[in-house]
Design a protein around this ligand. Sequence first.
Ligand SMILES: Nc1nc2c(ncn2[C@@H]2O[C@H](COP(=O)(O)OP(=O)(O)OP(=O)(O)O)[C@@H](O)[C@H]2O)c(=O)[nH]1
Ligand SMILES: [Mg+2]
Length: 179
Amino acid sequence: MKSIKVVIVGPFNAGKTTLVKTLSEISMTHDVEVTSPQERAKKRTTTVGMDFGIVNIGEGYVVRLFGSPGQPRFSFMWRVFMPGTDGVIFMVDSSDREALPEAAREFARARSTFSGLPMVVAANKQDVPDAMPPEVVRFVLDVPSTVPVIPCVATDRGMAWRVLGTLLEEVFRVNRIQV
Ligand SMILES: Nc1nc2c(ncn2[C@@H]2O[C@H](COP(=O)(O)OP(=O)(O)OP(=O)(O)O)[C@@H](O)[C@H]2O)c(=O)[nH]1
Ligand SMILES: [Mg+2]
């Protein structure tokens, strides 16, 4: 069984853990109570360590998903995830305009940390009324034209699969894998 390693990064509250749970047959997540009032205003728990999931995609391949914590103080974890990474999903909460400057900084950092690797941006929470459409997310985060921005609702299996599938197509293309 061959395995593909996908890392999911993005700011606090973007929906990374939700995506891993939706996609994965087996998932392991570790969320604990948040400690800061700003974070508590958004949600009560946050990922510490990492999320892990496994998706069987057939043809003798499994995808191992590694979801990173979103709090900036854990950003050193990106380097821990780095070895062996085949592709990266950058998630952003498209409904949270206040968090966008931080999301743009995180995106720039993700591009430099994972430079040269296949990447897609998941414009998450498209079900929230007034969520920014993917084209606006692309503009605000300054996403280069080579990186797809995919509309996402992390709880929706079809949409979650489209995000992963788009990334995998690129992973297969750059590694010259035919499936
Ligand atoms: N409406 C809506 N809510 C979502 C969606 N995806 C995630 N959520 C909610 O957004 C909140 C954050 O989701 P998480 O999956 O915990 O986000 P995270 O990126 O793992 O957060 P951290 O690990 O704390 O950085 C939770 O309350 C989810 O239920 C979505 O597509 N739409
Ligand atoms: Mg999380």
